[in-house]
Design a protein around this ligand. Sequence first.
Ligand code: HEC
Length: 314
Amino acid sequence: MKINKNIEVEINFKNVLTTPIRLFGLVYPYFITVFVIIGLVYIHYINNITQNEMPPVLPDTTVYQKDVQPVKGSVTTGIDLTLITKPGAKYIQKGKELYTSNCVACHGDKGDGNGPAGAALSPKPQNYHSAEGWKNGRSFPMMFKSLQGGIPKSAMTGYDFIPVTDRIAIIQYIRTLAPELPPVTPDEVKQMDETYHLSQGEKTATQIPISLAESKLIDESKQSEEKAVSILNSINRDKSAPGAVLFNSITYDRKKAIVTLSKTNDWSKNISEFLNLLNDNRDNGFKTDVLLLSKDDLTFLFNYLKNLFSVQNS
Ligand code: HEC
């Protein structure tokens, strides 16, 4: 066998280490093996790796939000609009006291906007004597608006926690400090009255917690259930009475019909209210035939039921 002399029989390592291309040829199978092993290990543990990342904790939206507190509805009495047009001296004096405790720190005791707390502010507190710089404006309604809602992006916050009459008193005092402010016109008074319901006052609804509302609803439905049962008993007691016969013939669910009627008293005012109730809510225990009754029959039925309920209510 002829041996090619050029082929090394033994590997000359010195030579390999100094020739980069040969060195690469020697080591690349090891790298590939290592990468493949890392890859296999990664795939094997992939579940553990992803599971270790904790899923974000989401708030449980099925839990009830904090229930509201009971608030008794209130009716703020309307105010006398002459407080705007013709404030008395005593009223203005009250405005001065309120201005001193709430506004002087920024707007200054002369109203020129350089109270000690206002010095570092930007924008600066409004100088009431100047015609410049007003965001809302210096008319009476605009000053009232600023007091109600404040001026965004400034130290001027809203003062709606101060009662309306007191806020007007403050503005009146400011207007004595700065007589250059424009006089208030009847239109402006009207506009303020419309916007803020000044003369008629405002109503706020009574608010009760959901839990209490629920138990009230249950009580009420229990009550109307009991009432319905006793009315049904009295219908049954005299089954042959023409009213009872008519009632039984035009209802598909007698109890439901009575429950419908015991939920409100409005229907007993007159026949058209009675028809409205039957029309508004079709699943009310009455057959639709009830809407086709002759006027006489309808009146008869109406009076019969009205009578039943009024005996029951008294
Ligand atoms: C913490 C400081 C501060 C207090 C307290 C403060 N204000 Fe102001 N007020 C300001 C600043 C600042 C401005 C200017 C806002 C702007 O120009 O953006 C301003 C502006 C106003 C304006 C002009 C609104 C407009 O149209 O630009 C009125 C009116 C006013 N204040 C009334 C009052 C009254 C009345 C009180 C007291 C109940 C009061 N402020 C209390 C800082 C204050």
